[in-house]
Design a protein around this ligand. Structure first.
Ligand SMILES: [Zn+2]
Length: 71
């Protein structure tokens, strides 16, 4: 799966439509990252971490299963 151009420096991508956060290092076809890109509903987090995504109301995607450890 190709990494979205805007996310070369980011690991976590939020989908504003579903309020899910994906781990781009583990993304699967079920994540439909291409769909998120096409709909331009993606969101980057700053800092690029799962706790930050949670703080913003995003839930971990069950396909790529973002983990809590932060780089
Ligand atoms: Zn996912």
């Amino acid at each position: 799966m190709s990494r979205p151009r805007n996310f070369e420096e980011n690991r976590f991508m939020g989908d504003k439509r579903t309020m899910r956060v994906h781990d781009l290092d583990n993304a699967t076809d079920q994540c439909a990252i291409d769909d998120i890109e096409a709909a331009e509903s993606y969101l980057a987090f700053g800092p690029d971490s799962l706790p930050e995504a949670r703080n913003r109301g995003y839930h971990a995607c069950r396909h790529c299963n973002p983990a809590d450890e932060v780089a």
